[in-house]
Design a protein around this ligand. Structure first.
Ligand code: SF4
Ligand code: ZN
Length: 314
């Protein structure tokens, strides 16, 4: 069997991307990946070189790839690791933190670490166990805590931009789920960039056009160590189920995922899901009496109602 050659040189290809009809060797793939990251940042007007960026890092392949690509592009990007207190045989949260810290140390980068149990007296599974009386997985509480802490740290430390490493597979799975349930308000809000509001950071997703296997290939080819274990609560999630279904369709029709997502963004730009600015005006936001973050409820926000409000650091 003849090996496939890189599109740009005579080297053996390290990756073949059927959806782009492109095969590249290690060096040209890394170069391509970093260039594509910059293209997405510019295309969706995410941020500029003059702005400080806080990158949410989980210790996994996507978020470390994002921090690495931004570092290579010369952006002023610090990391934020939120230790959720999720234990497992492999000590999931503490191990993830170690990968994030090693990554930062090797590059001389600045990593902010938040430990939920140290700040609020309980781990995420403990908060969830109390709120649900142990009936459900902690994922919705986990999402609430992560969003709140990302907002808080970005606000308190003066970062105007908060970057997360959601990739195309993540975005398509969320969109697919929202379409299945016709969650029109959520569909209208899904976007590569969410502008700042009430003094809280702009949220950006520079990896939204990358397939998951492309971010994985980048991490691997760059030799970045990352936590390979999944969160023990991820198993059996709807998101994983949707991803598996969509991957099956992609096998028969390479490029389908990207076409679905780009088609959605184009339709959105043409106003297919209503005027987001108008929808925002209708959404009445007040500021939480305890933490000051924007909320749709009067009084305390969902985070402060759920997590012991006597403890948070304002
Ligand atoms: Fe949090 Fe784990 Fe659920 Fe992800 S899978 S939301 S990390 S509890
Ligand atoms: Zn609050």
């Amino acid at each position: 069997m003849t090996s496939i050659k890189c599109h740009n040189c005579a080297e053996r290809a390290a990756i073949r991307m059927r959806q782009h009809r492109l095969s590249l060797c290690r060096d040209h793939y890394i170069e391509w990946f970093v260039e594509q990251t910059e293209r997405a940042i510019k295309k969706y007007h995410m941020f500029t070189h003059g702005e400080r960026i806080l990158v949410a890092v989980s210790g996994g392949k996507d978020s470390l790839a994002l921090w690495d690509a931004l570092w290579k592009l010369g952006y002023d990007a610090d990391g934020l690791y939120i230790n959720l207190g999720i234990a497992s045989d492999a000590n999931y949260s503490d191990e993830s933190e170690r990968y994030a810290m090693d990554f930062a140390r090797e590059r001389g980068l600045n990593l902010q670490v938040v430990n939920v149990a140290e700040l609020y007296g309980e781990t995420v599974p403990q908060i969830a166990g109390r709120s649900y009386r142990g009936r459900n997985k902690p994922c919705s509480i986990c999402g609430l805590v992560k969003r709140h802490e990302m907002n808080r740290v970005a606000h308190d430390l003066g970062y105007p931009v908060l970057a997360t490493a959601h990739n195309l597979d993540d975005e398509v799975a969320v969109l697919f789920g929202n379409v299945m349930m016709w969650q029109t308000d959520l569909i209208a809000r899904q976007s590569p960039v969410l502008e700042e509001s009430a003094g809280f950071a702009r949220k950006v997703k520079p990896f939204i056009r990358f397939y998951e296997r492309e971010t994985a290939a980048y991490t691997l080819l760059r030799g970045i160590p990352y936590i390979e274990e999944e969160c023990p609560f991820a198993e059996g999630s709807k998101q994983l189920h949707y991803k598996a279904l969509i991957n099956k369709m992609e096998e028969d029709q390479p490029g389908l995922k990207l076409a679905f997502y780009v088609g959605f963004l184009n339709a959105k730009e043409k106003g297919a899901f209503g005027d987001l600015q108008e929808a925002k005006k209708e959404l009445v936001l007040t500021l939480c009496a305890n933490c000051g973050q924007p909320t749709t409820s009067s009084g305390l926000c969902a985070f402060c109602r759920t997590v012991n409000p006597a403890r948070p650091p304002g």
